[in-house]
Design a protein around this ligand. Sequence first.
Ligand SMILES: Nc1nc2c(ncn2[C@@H]2O[C@H](COP(=O)(O)OP(=O)(O)O)[C@@H](O)[C@H]2O)c(=O)[nH]1
Ligand SMILES: [Mg+2]
Length: 303
Amino acid sequence: MKISLVGLAGCGKTSIYATTFAAKSPQETKDFAPTVMYEVRRHPYLGLNVSIFDFGGQDQYRESYLEKPEIFAETDVLIPIVDLHDDAKFEKAKEYFLKIMDYFEKSGKTPKVVIFLHKYDTEDFPKDKLEANLKTAKELFEKALAKWNPTIQITSIYDREKLTMILRDILVANYESLQEHVQNAEKQLAEINAKIIISDVSGNVIVHNVPGISAGLQLRGDLRDFISACNTLRENFFMTDSAMFHGESEKSEKHLELYVFKFILTVLIMRGKDIDVESEQKIKTLLKDMELFADLVVSAHSE
Ligand SMILES: Nc1nc2c(ncn2[C@@H]2O[C@H](COP(=O)(O)OP(=O)(O)O)[C@@H](O)[C@H]2O)c(=O)[nH]1
Ligand SMILES: [Mg+2]
């Protein structure tokens, strides 16, 4: 799967990548150096190889991509990024996006387009100006790219939870019918009286109900290591596709269960000794659904 981030210099491409995929904090992006030419980062997600192309936005590089637009080829999802703090460049950004779309049209294969109206925050920026720019940008870019049925998202690295969920949905949408399971799980998790984290075996969080457990898509290091170790044992010791691990504290006050489904998906449950019957039942339903989810991911891979 190839995701291409495009936009003028300084619009926030590298920051979006860094705060979601690479566990960097929004503050750390402040002194990023401009991306030279383009950078490709590979990131496994649900057993799929995702390549994120970050196209440097300075004038000379933009020119060179447009001269050799083949580097955009095979893009599955194009994310044009608009800097809402810089309305003077809206027109220039529009021209650039249209030139890229022109290439896709000529190549006969257009990607899915998700426009990010980005920097929707008042970090060193006045609120009224921000709202005015949002309105202008929405109309301008929606109209300019209408032909390709874009989805529009309003984003900021300072609302990282939201940005992460938007990217997760883009990644999951690649597998048909998975979206529904993710939404289901989200609903179920809100109703269960236990801490639950659903992630892939590489520690990319898909859904959770534990505040502060992840930095963007990346699960906290200790839990990521635990999952990785269990997954290795599943493979080398149990030699099965799926396995379950159970731990508890000395006086059984706290319980921890890890389920690995189909060498791809994991469900980590942290709960107290006594859990209500209703939650118990909901956990069972959730596990069944996640088992099915894992099957769907595996079959999507073999297609
Ligand atoms: N206020 C605000 N600043 C951002 C946001 N995203 C990126 N930036 C800042 O914009 C500047 C340029 O970001 P960078 O990711 O290097 O832009 P790129 O040239 O498109 O890769 C950095 O100082 C970032 O901290 C955002 O959502 N809100
Ligand atoms: Mg950059």
